[in-house]
Design a protein around this ligand. Structure first.
Ligand SMILES: [Zn+2]
Length: 65
């Protein structure tokens, strides 16, 4: 199985980053952004994305289990 890497910079993505990509781009996406590139793509800060991860986890979102 291929490792999942950021489609923009090629950095290996974490499970949380994959979850974010699914949440913000497409739930069925097979392409992922690392947090830095996703923040840039969405024109938001990385700290906002980190807060979102926490929020989704607190909500019990299955993408972040
Ligand atoms: Zn990246």
């Amino acid at each position: 199985m291929a490792e999942d890497t950021c489609m923009k910079c090629g950095r290996k993505v974490t499970r949380d980053e994959k979850g974010l990509s699914k949440k913000f781009i497409n739930r069925a996406t097979q392409k992922y952004f690392c947090m830095t590139c996703l923040a840039e793509h969405l024109s938001v800060s990385e700290s906002l994305l980190k807060a979102k991860i926490k929020q989704f986890k607190d909500m019990g979102c299955t993408l972040f289990k």
